[in-house]
Design a protein around this ligand. Structure first.
Ligand code: GSH
Length: 290
């Protein structure tokens, strides 16, 4: 009898394997790391965030030289879109990021590439951008402040003050800015990107005309949401696009905000389009993990 009971306990444990420990190595405002954050939330996978200190980037990363990096059990991977594909392979019983149908899958991957290589680099014209306009300096300071509040160990005040200047010297950021339409004004460039986004959304309700969010929606969502919540200058332009705001609200319904995409200490505004007068609620994530 005793043995029988022990056997049942063992079988039950084997049938319901525990999810391995998942750690996302991130910066709060990295749009690429935020993509992965949303994939994990959508798949309802329990995970923790390690907010890397940018001054110790390579030392703190488990693999590679950039965020995001994701560790699942004893395996680590870099590159946001590749991580999305990997998560579908590792956790096929959780909500899928990519449709099974090969043609639909191809269409979603194409939109994700547009998000990764065109929409997101557009953000980097706000910080660092080119030259030192008041908006870019303010956004640069805001970024330094957010990094200080959330990254492990924080950033010395002198470096926070110099952050707009430091950003303008970072090779990966200047490369991103070079990928954008620098010959047109920032406002016109944002308008074009929003129009391209709406073309990908089509009749919706989700990108590529899908009935459920996919990798592409979850890649684009943080690009519009987090600079707005974090109080970056220019992010409020999104309110001029009610169709995008309605899409953001639809995607949000599918995400369990745990751990929060934006730690509470970094949030200055309500979610775009919220008229309820309630503040966006997150969990304070000051420190190493949240
Ligand atoms: N293609 C990569 C891009 C990742 C990336 O550019 N990460 C930036 C943060 S937004 C980074 O870690 N930069 C630090 C550096 O390059 O030194 C992805 O999609 O994950």
């Amino acid at each position: 009898m005793e043995n029988e009971k022990a056997q049942i306990t063992q079988n039950t444990t084997m049938e319901v394997p525990a999810t391995p420990l998942i750690t996302l190595y991130t910066f709060t405002m990295s749009p690429y790391a935020q993509k992965v954050h949303c994939y994990l939330q959508y798949k309802r996978l329990p995970f923790r965030c390690f907010y890397i200190n940018p001054l110790r980037l390579k030392k703190d990363l488990p693999v590679g030289k950039q965020v995001p990096a994701l560790t699942v059990g004893d395996q680590s991977k870099t590159d946001s879109s590749a991580i999305g594909l990997w998560l579908d392979e590792l956790f096929p019983d959780h909500a899928r990021l990519l449709p099974k149908d090969p043609a639909q899958k191809e269409a979603i991957l194409t939109i994700d590439q547009w998000v990764t290589h065109r929409l997101i680099p557009g953000n980097f014209r706000h910080y660092p951008g080119v030259g030192f306009t008041p908006r870019r300096v303010l956004n640069g300071w805001r970024l330094g402040q957010i990094l200080h509040k959330t990254s492990h160990g924080g950033i010395p005040l002198t470096l926070q003050i110099m952050w707009p200047l430091i950003l303008s010297q970072l090779g990966f950021l200047t490369d991103m800015v070079e990928m954008t339409d620098q010959h047109v004004s920032l406002r016109q460039a944002n308008k074009t990107l929003c129009e391209e986004f709406l073309a990908h959304l089509g009749e919706g309700p989700f990108l590529g005309g899908m009935t459920q969010p996919s990798l592409a929606d979850l890649s684009a969502y943080p690009h519009f949401v987090t600079p707005y919540l974090g109080g970056f200058r220019g992010a409020e332009d999104i309110l001029e696009y009610p169709k995008i705001v309605a899409w953001l609200q639809r995607v949000r319904e599918y995400l369990n905000d745990t751990p929060p995409l934006m730690p509470a200490v970094t949030v200055t505004r309500e979610f775009p389009g919220d008229q309820k007068g309630t503040a966006y609620v997150g969990v304070n994530a000051k420190g190493r993990f949240s």
